[in-house]
Design a protein around this ligand. Structure first.
Ligand SMILES: Cc1cc2nc3c(=O)[nH]c(=O)nc-3n(C[C@H](O)[C@H](O)[C@H](O)COP(=O)(O)O)c2cc1C
Length: 192
């Protein structure tokens, strides 16, 4: 296969696999480091390189998930507390191997517009997902639960201008997934 064919295969093979469908096997830390190295090669305007990652491995990943659920519990008044939502967040800890909190760290001098920092950080995340796919590692980019809240930023010690781009859950799965797209490609493209 040539480079294009190899890359195409990985891109098309990438599928969201939620922790409920992971099997509890551990990904070697070494491979997670390789994924983060790929992340670091994302495009970046003015070399702001805004992607930052906090990695929780094994037991620490489970602890993060519990803390995430507690953060939700503490953030809502008792009468608004939704136990299903709490359990859903908590359930993400059952079978995962690693969790990576992906952050867009806003350039202090604001040399580029925020959307460019977000775009660069998203590209870094995609590098991780594709790298994981190529290594047979199941992955899930989630913005669920408390991901986008100020409470999460505070919990992580982030600055006001920084953003949590998402949580990446990593593990292995025994399931296979078919991808689908619901809007035809032709509708998304205009050739002039
Ligand atoms: C920025 C972003 C945030 C996402 N957050 C969630 C989420 O919180 N919960 C969820 O079930 N899926 C989430 N997803 C995954 C999408 O549901 C998934 O990508 C979509 O179903 C398409 O499936 P595929 O990734 O297998 O192509 C997110 C995807 C992106 C790009």
């Amino acid at each position: 296969m040539n480079d294009f064919e190899i890359l195409s295969e990985v891109i098309k093979k990438r599928r969201t696999v939620k922790p409920a469908k992971m099997n509890g096997k551990s990904v070697p830390d070494e491979q997670v480091k390789q994924l983060l190295e790929l992340a670091d090669w994302a495009p970046t305007h003015k070399h702001t390189e805004p992607w930052r990652f906090i990695v929780y491995a094994g037991q620490k990943a489970k602890e993060f998930v519990s803390q995430h659920a507690e953060l939700y519990r503490k953030s809502v008044p008792e009468d608004k507390f939704n136990n299903d939502k709490y359990e859903k967040i908590l359930g993400n800890g059952n079978n995962l191997s690693h969790l990576i909190v992906c952050i867009m760290k806003r350039d202090e001098q604001k040399r580029v517009p925020e959307i460019e920092e977000i775009s660069a950080a998203a590209a870094a995340i995609q590098n991780i997902l594709l790298g994981a796919t190529s290594l047979g590692i199941a992955n899930f980019w989630s913005t669920g639960g408390m991901t986008h809240t100020d409470a999460m930023k505070e919990f992580l010690g982030l600055k006001f201008d920084d953003n949590v781009m998402g949580l990446i859950y990593l593990g292995y799965t025994d399931s296979e997934y078919e991808g689908k797209r619901v809007i035809p490609l032709e509708e998304k493209i205009t050739w002039k």
